[in-house]
Design a protein around this ligand. Structure first.
Ligand code: PGA
Length: 239
């Protein structure tokens, strides 16, 4: 079953969330695994059986002294299944390091929440043909401490940074090649495999074309998940 994850980032007001939920009611496909990662303050609103609950972040230590953060234990108590980790916006704007990412993944595993680790190259790295190297480095820095079984239970989201929110996507051929490279790295170093998503300007208009890529397990969607009808169209346009 394909996994489709909505990342609302820091968007939508309480009133907009209520309208969004109303529009989704009874309309979400059951043959897809649909996850919504709302802004943290709305996690409670999404405790429905229509979608699975995802978080956009998690605290790097367990319960206690970390003002403004939310622990994996607390997320678990709300019924959170998935958590985004290492999104490029957090790496770039909040200086989130690979060490912090590793600590966060540990917290998630301790609480039975599946990490969705985001990796991807910048426009400059792509132009310098460094994509594969960047991905290998990110994967090794974030995964080395984990067991084969743990890695097997994770999800990797490949998000070319230049594609996020830009309306630009790599060609299907490029995405297919990069996904194979990621799979090959995970197999080479850890002797296992895991689910891999594509993220970056996925919309109801390009999803049919992206669906032709055979080695993808699903998508991570930002902008196109903010409007309920666009989100439903995107899901409905999948195979
Ligand atoms: P986008 O964002 O779909 O708006 O490009 C994707 C993401 O940042 O996860």
């Amino acid at each position: 079953m394909k996994l489709v994850v909505a990342n609302h980032k820091m968007n939508l007001s309480q009133q907009e969330i209520e309208a969004y939920l109303f529009s989704l009611r009874g309309k979400v496909r059951k043959d897809l695994e649909v996850v919504i990662c709302p802004c943290m303050i709305y996690l409670n609103c999404f405790q429905t059986n229509e979608v699975l609950l995802g978080s956009q972040n998690v605290g790097s230590i367990s319960t206690g002294t970390l003002t403004g953060e939310v622990s994996a234990e607390q997320l678990k108590s709300l019924g959170v299944h998935y958590c985004l980790i290492g999104h490029s916006e957090r790496r770039q704007k909040l200086n989130e390091t690979n060490e912090l990412i590793v600590d966060k993944i540990k917290q998630l595993f301790q609480n039975g929440i599946t990490p969705i680790l985001c990796i991807g190259e910048t426009k400059e790295q792509r132009e310098l043909h460094k994509t594969d190297l960047v991905l290998e480095k990110e994967l090794r820095s974030c995964l080395n401490e984990f067991s084969k079984d743990e890695i097997n239970g994770m999800v990797i989201a490949y998000e070319p940074i230049w594609s996020i929110g830009s309306g630009l996507t790599p060609s299907n051929q490029e995405i297919k090649r990069t996904i194979s490279v990621i799979k090959e790295i995970i197999d080479r170093y850890y002797g296992t495999t895991c689910r891999i998503l594509y993220g970056g300007s996925v919309s109801s208009r390009n999803i049919e074309e992206l669906e032709k890529i055979e080695n993808l397990d699903g998508y991570l969607v930002g902008g196109a998940s903010l409007d309920a009808s666009e989100w439903l169209n995107l899901l409905n346009n999948m195979k």
